[in-house]
Design a protein around this ligand. Structure first.
Ligand SMILES: *Cc1c(COP(=O)(O)O)cnc(C)c1O
Length: 377
Protein backbone atom coordinates (compact mmCIF):
# COMPACT_ATOMS: atom_id res chain seq x y z
CA UNK A 1 0.00 0.00 0.00
CA UNK A 2 2.84 2.40 0.87
CA UNK A 3 3.92 2.28 -2.75
CA UNK A 4 0.73 3.94 -3.91
CA UNK A 5 0.65 6.43 -1.06
CA UNK A 6 2.50 9.66 -1.48
CA UNK A 7 3.08 12.60 0.78
CA UNK A 8 0.91 15.64 0.09
CA UNK A 9 2.66 18.39 -1.86
CA UNK A 10 1.21 21.05 0.43
CA UNK A 11 1.04 20.63 4.20
CA UNK A 12 -2.41 19.67 5.51
CA UNK A 13 -2.95 21.45 8.81
CA UNK A 14 -5.38 20.51 11.54
CA UNK A 15 -7.65 23.47 10.82
CA UNK A 16 -8.17 26.40 8.53
CA UNK A 17 -10.04 29.57 9.50
CA UNK A 18 -13.28 30.65 7.85
CA UNK A 19 -12.45 33.63 5.69
CA UNK A 20 -15.08 35.80 4.00
CA UNK A 21 -14.22 37.47 0.73
CA UNK A 22 -11.75 40.32 1.16
CA UNK A 23 -14.15 42.61 -0.73
CA UNK A 24 -16.92 41.95 1.77
CA UNK A 25 -14.53 42.80 4.58
CA UNK A 26 -13.41 45.93 2.75
CA UNK A 27 -17.07 46.96 2.61
CA UNK A 28 -17.27 46.56 6.38
CA UNK A 29 -14.06 48.51 6.86
CA UNK A 30 -15.36 51.33 4.69
CA UNK A 31 -18.36 51.71 7.00
CA UNK A 32 -16.07 51.70 10.04
CA UNK A 33 -13.79 54.31 8.45
CA UNK A 34 -16.80 56.48 7.71
CA UNK A 35 -18.04 56.23 11.28
CA UNK A 36 -14.54 56.88 12.68
CA UNK A 37 -15.60 54.63 15.55
CA UNK A 38 -13.10 51.81 16.16
CA UNK A 39 -14.10 50.37 19.53
CA UNK A 40 -16.20 50.96 22.71
CA UNK A 41 -19.44 49.33 21.59
CA UNK A 42 -19.86 50.77 18.11
CA UNK A 43 -22.37 49.81 15.43
CA UNK A 44 -20.56 46.57 14.45
CA UNK A 45 -20.33 45.43 18.06
CA UNK A 46 -24.05 46.08 18.55
CA UNK A 47 -24.92 44.31 15.30
CA UNK A 48 -22.83 41.23 16.15
CA UNK A 49 -24.18 41.06 19.68
CA UNK A 50 -27.75 41.18 18.32
CA UNK A 51 -26.99 38.56 15.68
CA UNK A 52 -25.49 36.21 18.28
CA UNK A 53 -28.33 36.81 20.76
CA UNK A 54 -30.61 35.78 17.93
CA UNK A 55 -28.51 32.74 16.98
CA UNK A 56 -28.45 31.49 20.59
CA UNK A 57 -32.00 32.67 21.37
CA UNK A 58 -30.55 34.34 24.46
CA UNK A 59 -30.26 38.06 25.16
CA UNK A 60 -27.90 37.73 28.11
CA UNK A 61 -24.71 37.91 26.09
CA UNK A 62 -21.63 40.09 26.58
CA UNK A 63 -18.99 40.20 23.84
CA UNK A 64 -15.29 40.11 24.75
CA UNK A 65 -11.91 40.55 23.11
CA UNK A 66 -11.17 36.87 23.76
CA UNK A 67 -12.60 33.86 25.54
CA UNK A 68 -9.99 33.83 28.29
CA UNK A 69 -10.88 37.37 29.42
CA UNK A 70 -14.56 36.41 29.30
CA UNK A 71 -14.01 33.45 31.62
CA UNK A 72 -11.67 35.45 33.85
CA UNK A 73 -14.31 38.16 34.16
CA UNK A 74 -17.00 35.56 34.94
CA UNK A 75 -14.98 34.33 37.93
CA UNK A 76 -14.81 37.93 39.20
CA UNK A 77 -18.47 38.68 38.55
CA UNK A 78 -19.55 35.62 40.56
CA UNK A 79 -16.92 36.49 43.22
CA UNK A 80 -15.61 32.94 43.09
CA UNK A 81 -12.89 32.11 45.56
CA UNK A 82 -11.16 29.20 47.30
CA UNK A 83 -11.37 26.12 45.09
CA UNK A 84 -13.09 25.35 41.80
CA UNK A 85 -13.50 21.81 40.52
CA UNK A 86 -12.50 21.46 36.89
CA UNK A 87 -11.20 19.08 34.23
CA UNK A 88 -7.52 18.50 33.45
CA UNK A 89 -8.45 17.58 29.86
CA UNK A 90 -8.62 21.08 28.41
CA UNK A 91 -6.70 24.03 27.00
CA UNK A 92 -4.43 25.86 29.51
CA UNK A 93 -6.78 28.87 29.64
CA UNK A 94 -9.32 26.94 31.74
CA UNK A 95 -7.19 26.41 34.89
CA UNK A 96 -5.24 29.64 34.24
CA UNK A 97 -8.29 31.89 34.69
CA UNK A 98 -8.76 30.29 38.10
CA UNK A 99 -5.12 30.90 39.06
CA UNK A 100 -5.33 34.52 37.93
CA UNK A 101 -8.28 34.91 40.31
CA UNK A 102 -6.28 33.34 43.19
CA UNK A 103 -8.51 30.29 43.02
CA UNK A 104 -7.04 26.78 43.33
CA UNK A 105 -8.04 24.49 40.47
CA UNK A 106 -9.11 21.08 41.75
CA UNK A 107 -8.86 18.48 39.00
CA UNK A 108 -11.49 15.77 38.68
CA UNK A 109 -11.29 12.85 36.27
CA UNK A 110 -13.19 12.75 33.00
CA UNK A 111 -15.82 10.43 31.58
CA UNK A 112 -14.29 8.05 29.01
CA UNK A 113 -17.14 8.49 26.51
CA UNK A 114 -17.70 12.27 26.51
CA UNK A 115 -14.11 13.14 27.54
CA UNK A 116 -15.67 15.85 29.74
CA UNK A 117 -15.80 16.25 33.53
CA UNK A 118 -17.21 13.05 35.10
CA UNK A 119 -20.19 14.13 37.24
CA UNK A 120 -19.59 11.11 39.48
CA UNK A 121 -16.10 12.32 40.42
CA UNK A 122 -17.06 15.82 41.62
CA UNK A 123 -18.72 15.20 44.96
CA UNK A 124 -15.73 13.56 46.63
CA UNK A 125 -13.63 16.67 45.89
CA UNK A 126 -16.02 19.23 47.40
CA UNK A 127 -14.72 20.98 50.54
CA UNK A 128 -15.92 24.03 52.46
CA UNK A 129 -13.64 26.10 50.21
CA UNK A 130 -15.30 24.95 46.96
CA UNK A 131 -17.20 27.77 45.22
CA UNK A 132 -17.93 26.42 41.75
CA UNK A 133 -17.62 23.75 39.07
CA UNK A 134 -15.94 24.78 35.83
CA UNK A 135 -16.63 22.19 33.12
CA UNK A 136 -15.54 22.15 29.49
CA UNK A 137 -17.54 20.94 26.48
CA UNK A 138 -14.33 19.48 25.04
CA UNK A 139 -14.27 19.28 21.21
CA UNK A 140 -17.84 20.61 21.28
CA UNK A 141 -19.17 17.37 22.75
CA UNK A 142 -21.57 18.57 25.48
CA UNK A 143 -21.00 17.68 29.14
CA UNK A 144 -23.63 15.81 31.13
CA UNK A 145 -25.11 19.17 32.23
CA UNK A 146 -28.02 17.65 34.13
CA UNK A 147 -25.90 15.56 36.48
CA UNK A 148 -23.36 18.35 36.95
CA UNK A 149 -26.18 20.75 37.88
CA UNK A 150 -27.68 18.31 40.36
CA UNK A 151 -24.34 17.98 42.22
CA UNK A 152 -23.98 21.78 42.18
CA UNK A 153 -27.51 22.28 43.52
CA UNK A 154 -26.92 19.89 46.39
CA UNK A 155 -23.90 21.92 47.54
CA UNK A 156 -24.99 25.42 46.37
CA UNK A 157 -22.12 25.70 43.90
CA UNK A 158 -21.99 27.85 40.79
CA UNK A 159 -21.63 26.08 37.44
CA UNK A 160 -19.54 27.70 34.73
CA UNK A 161 -18.95 26.22 31.28
CA UNK A 162 -15.98 26.72 29.00
CA UNK A 163 -17.76 26.32 25.67
CA UNK A 164 -14.82 27.58 23.60
CA UNK A 165 -15.35 24.56 21.32
CA UNK A 166 -19.10 24.38 21.45
CA UNK A 167 -20.50 27.01 19.08
CA UNK A 168 -23.73 25.48 17.77
CA UNK A 169 -23.66 22.41 20.04
CA UNK A 170 -27.06 21.49 21.44
CA UNK A 171 -28.54 19.44 24.25
CA UNK A 172 -32.11 18.18 23.72
CA UNK A 173 -32.47 20.85 21.06
CA UNK A 174 -31.31 23.70 23.30
CA UNK A 175 -28.02 25.59 22.78
CA UNK A 176 -25.34 24.67 25.36
CA UNK A 177 -25.35 28.33 26.42
CA UNK A 178 -28.72 27.70 28.14
CA UNK A 179 -27.08 25.63 30.89
CA UNK A 180 -25.22 26.56 34.06
CA UNK A 181 -24.80 30.02 35.59
CA UNK A 182 -22.53 31.24 32.81
CA UNK A 183 -21.00 29.97 29.58
CA UNK A 184 -17.93 31.26 27.79
CA UNK A 185 -17.45 31.08 24.04
CA UNK A 186 -14.18 31.70 22.22
CA UNK A 187 -14.11 33.36 18.81
CA UNK A 188 -10.42 32.66 18.22
CA UNK A 189 -9.37 32.05 14.61
CA UNK A 190 -9.03 28.30 15.28
CA UNK A 191 -12.66 28.02 16.36
CA UNK A 192 -15.57 27.17 14.05
CA UNK A 193 -17.09 30.66 14.36
CA UNK A 194 -14.46 33.35 14.85
CA UNK A 195 -13.64 37.06 14.86
CA UNK A 196 -9.83 36.42 14.61
CA UNK A 197 -9.68 37.12 18.37
CA UNK A 198 -12.85 37.41 20.39
CA UNK A 199 -15.22 35.75 22.80
CA UNK A 200 -18.50 36.00 24.64
CA UNK A 201 -20.10 35.27 27.96
CA UNK A 202 -23.69 34.19 28.54
CA UNK A 203 -24.86 34.87 32.10
CA UNK A 204 -28.15 33.67 33.53
CA UNK A 205 -28.57 36.11 36.46
CA UNK A 206 -29.24 39.70 35.21
CA UNK A 207 -27.53 41.20 38.28
CA UNK A 208 -24.34 39.26 37.57
CA UNK A 209 -24.68 40.15 33.88
CA UNK A 210 -24.69 43.86 34.85
CA UNK A 211 -21.50 43.28 36.84
CA UNK A 212 -19.93 41.53 33.83
CA UNK A 213 -20.73 44.53 31.62
CA UNK A 214 -19.08 46.86 34.15
CA UNK A 215 -16.07 44.62 34.72
CA UNK A 216 -15.28 44.29 31.01
CA UNK A 217 -15.04 48.09 30.73
CA UNK A 218 -12.74 49.03 33.65
CA UNK A 219 -15.71 49.15 36.06
CA UNK A 220 -16.82 52.44 34.48
CA UNK A 221 -20.48 53.25 35.14
CA UNK A 222 -20.46 56.75 33.66
CA UNK A 223 -18.07 59.59 33.00
CA UNK A 224 -17.64 60.37 36.68
CA UNK A 225 -18.15 56.98 38.30
CA UNK A 226 -15.90 53.95 38.46
CA UNK A 227 -17.59 51.30 40.57
CA UNK A 228 -15.08 48.43 40.72
CA UNK A 229 -11.66 47.37 39.52
CA UNK A 230 -12.47 46.14 36.04
CA UNK A 231 -10.44 45.06 33.06
CA UNK A 232 -10.41 45.88 29.33
CA UNK A 233 -12.44 43.08 27.73
CA UNK A 234 -13.90 45.00 24.81
CA UNK A 235 -14.24 43.63 21.28
CA UNK A 236 -13.14 46.11 18.61
CA UNK A 237 -15.22 47.14 15.60
CA UNK A 238 -12.74 45.48 13.22
CA UNK A 239 -13.15 42.16 14.96
CA UNK A 240 -16.92 42.49 15.29
CA UNK A 241 -17.18 43.28 11.56
CA UNK A 242 -15.26 40.12 10.69
CA UNK A 243 -17.65 38.18 12.93
CA UNK A 244 -20.70 39.56 11.09
CA UNK A 245 -19.31 38.01 7.91
CA UNK A 246 -18.07 34.68 9.31
CA UNK A 247 -21.39 34.16 11.13
CA UNK A 248 -23.11 33.94 7.73
CA UNK A 249 -20.70 31.16 6.75
CA UNK A 250 -21.14 29.00 9.86
CA UNK A 251 -24.14 26.94 8.70
CA UNK A 252 -22.40 25.97 5.44
CA UNK A 253 -19.15 25.22 7.25
CA UNK A 254 -20.98 22.94 9.69
CA UNK A 255 -22.57 21.03 6.80
CA UNK A 256 -19.21 20.62 5.08
CA UNK A 257 -17.60 19.44 8.31
CA UNK A 258 -20.38 16.90 8.75
CA UNK A 259 -19.45 15.45 5.36
CA UNK A 260 -15.76 15.29 6.34
CA UNK A 261 -16.70 13.67 9.66
CA UNK A 262 -18.81 11.03 7.88
CA UNK A 263 -15.92 10.05 5.60
CA UNK A 264 -13.55 9.76 8.55
CA UNK A 265 -16.11 7.76 10.48
CA UNK A 266 -16.91 5.29 7.74
CA UNK A 267 -13.28 4.80 6.65
CA UNK A 268 -11.73 4.54 10.11
CA UNK A 269 -14.50 2.55 11.79
CA UNK A 270 -13.15 -0.87 10.81
CA UNK A 271 -9.55 -0.26 11.90
CA UNK A 272 -8.75 -2.42 14.90
CA UNK A 273 -7.39 -0.26 17.72
CA UNK A 274 -8.84 3.03 16.48
CA UNK A 275 -12.07 4.44 17.79
CA UNK A 276 -14.06 7.51 16.95
CA UNK A 277 -15.93 9.02 19.91
CA UNK A 278 -19.66 8.50 19.55
CA UNK A 279 -22.04 11.33 20.28
CA UNK A 280 -24.70 10.21 22.73
CA UNK A 281 -28.40 10.41 22.05
CA UNK A 282 -30.08 13.82 22.35
CA UNK A 283 -26.96 15.94 21.95
CA UNK A 284 -25.53 17.66 18.93
CA UNK A 285 -21.80 18.14 18.48
CA UNK A 286 -20.42 21.49 17.31
CA UNK A 287 -17.99 19.85 14.83
CA UNK A 288 -15.13 21.89 16.26
CA UNK A 289 -12.56 19.07 16.13
CA UNK A 290 -12.30 15.50 14.92
CA UNK A 291 -10.59 13.51 17.67
CA UNK A 292 -9.83 9.80 17.36
CA UNK A 293 -8.49 7.46 20.03
CA UNK A 294 -5.61 5.12 19.20
CA UNK A 295 -5.25 2.19 21.54
CA UNK A 296 -1.68 1.08 22.03
CA UNK A 297 -2.37 -2.18 20.17
CA UNK A 298 -0.65 -2.32 16.79
CA UNK A 299 0.72 1.18 16.82
CA UNK A 300 0.94 4.05 19.33
CA UNK A 301 -0.69 7.47 19.01
CA UNK A 302 2.75 9.04 18.75
CA UNK A 303 3.68 6.71 15.88
CA UNK A 304 0.54 7.70 13.98
CA UNK A 305 1.26 11.38 14.69
CA UNK A 306 4.84 11.05 13.40
CA UNK A 307 3.78 8.84 10.50
CA UNK A 308 1.18 11.36 9.33
CA UNK A 309 3.84 14.06 9.49
CA UNK A 310 5.97 12.08 7.05
CA UNK A 311 3.08 12.41 4.61
CA UNK A 312 2.85 16.18 5.26
CA UNK A 313 -0.27 15.82 7.44
CA UNK A 314 -0.18 17.79 10.68
CA UNK A 315 -2.51 16.31 13.27
CA UNK A 316 -2.50 17.55 16.88
CA UNK A 317 -2.08 15.73 20.21
CA UNK A 318 -4.83 17.89 21.63
CA UNK A 319 -5.19 17.82 24.76
CA UNK A 320 -1.83 16.36 25.62
CA UNK A 321 -0.23 16.89 28.09
CA UNK A 322 -2.99 17.27 30.66
CA UNK A 323 -3.21 20.61 32.50
CA UNK A 324 -2.63 18.68 35.74
CA UNK A 325 0.84 17.78 34.42
CA UNK A 326 1.97 21.37 33.77
CA UNK A 327 4.79 22.42 36.10
CA UNK A 328 2.52 25.13 37.57
CA UNK A 329 -0.20 22.63 38.60
CA UNK A 330 1.40 19.23 39.09
CA UNK A 331 2.16 19.89 42.77
CA UNK A 332 -1.56 20.23 43.56
CA UNK A 333 -2.89 17.24 45.52
CA UNK A 334 -5.69 16.70 42.96
CA UNK A 335 -3.18 16.65 40.09
CA UNK A 336 -1.63 13.30 41.03
CA UNK A 337 -1.95 10.91 38.06
CA UNK A 338 -3.36 8.17 40.30
CA UNK A 339 -6.54 10.27 40.71
CA UNK A 340 -6.93 10.93 37.00
CA UNK A 341 -6.59 7.55 35.28
CA UNK A 342 -9.16 8.13 32.52
CA UNK A 343 -7.82 11.58 31.66
CA UNK A 344 -4.29 10.14 31.40
CA UNK A 345 -5.44 7.28 29.23
CA UNK A 346 -7.42 9.52 26.87
CA UNK A 347 -4.61 12.11 26.68
CA UNK A 348 -2.17 9.37 25.67
CA UNK A 349 -4.49 8.02 22.95
CA UNK A 350 -6.14 11.07 21.45
CA UNK A 351 -5.24 12.59 18.11
CA UNK A 352 -7.13 15.42 16.39
CA UNK A 353 -7.19 14.94 12.63
CA UNK A 354 -7.28 17.73 10.03
CA UNK A 355 -10.84 19.02 10.14
CA UNK A 356 -12.38 21.91 8.24
CA UNK A 357 -15.06 22.33 5.64
CA UNK A 358 -12.72 23.07 2.73
CA UNK A 359 -10.98 19.71 3.20
CA UNK A 360 -11.72 17.90 -0.07
CA UNK A 361 -13.20 14.43 -0.06
CA UNK A 362 -10.21 12.84 -1.84
CA UNK A 363 -7.83 14.36 0.71
CA UNK A 364 -9.84 13.00 3.64
CA UNK A 365 -9.89 9.61 1.95
CA UNK A 366 -6.13 9.72 1.43
CA UNK A 367 -5.55 10.65 5.08
CA UNK A 368 -7.65 7.60 6.06
CA UNK A 369 -5.60 5.40 3.70
CA UNK A 370 -2.40 6.67 5.32
CA UNK A 371 -3.77 5.86 8.78
CA UNK A 372 -4.71 2.36 7.54
CA UNK A 373 -1.18 1.92 6.24
CA UNK A 374 0.40 3.19 9.49
CA UNK A 375 -1.67 0.80 11.58
CA UNK A 376 -1.09 -2.24 9.35
CA UNK A 377 2.58 -1.76 8.57
C1 LIG B 1 -9.53 28.42 22.60
C2 LIG B 1 -9.83 27.98 23.99
C3 LIG B 1 -9.84 28.89 25.07
C4 LIG B 1 -9.31 30.28 24.96
O1 LIG B 1 -10.04 31.10 24.16
P1 LIG B 1 -9.35 32.45 23.61
O2 LIG B 1 -10.47 33.11 22.87
O3 LIG B 1 -8.23 32.03 22.71
O4 LIG B 1 -8.90 33.24 24.78
C5 LIG B 1 -10.27 28.43 26.30
N1 LIG B 1 -10.65 27.16 26.50
C6 LIG B 1 -10.62 26.25 25.51
C7 LIG B 1 -11.08 24.86 25.79
C8 LIG B 1 -10.18 26.63 24.23
O5 LIG B 1 -10.10 25.71 23.27
Amino acid sequence: MAGTLQAFDEPIYVTRPLLPSIDDYKGQLQEIWQSQWLTNVGAKHVALQDALANFFENENIALFNNGTTALFTACRAFRLSGEVITTPFTFPATPHVLSWNHITPVFADIDPLTMTLDPGKIEQLITDRTSAILAVHAYGIPCDVERIQSVADRYSLRVLYDAAHAFGARIEGRPVTDFGDATMLSFHATKLFHTAEGGALFVRDPLVKDRVDLLKNFGIKDELTVLMPGINGKLSELHAALGLLTLKMVAGERKNRQVVAEIYRSRLADIDGISVPNIRCGVENSYQNFPILIEDKHVTRDEVFEGLRQFNVFSRKYFYPLCSDYSCYRMLPSAHPSYLPIAHKVASQVLCLPFYGALKEDIVTRICDIIHYLVDK
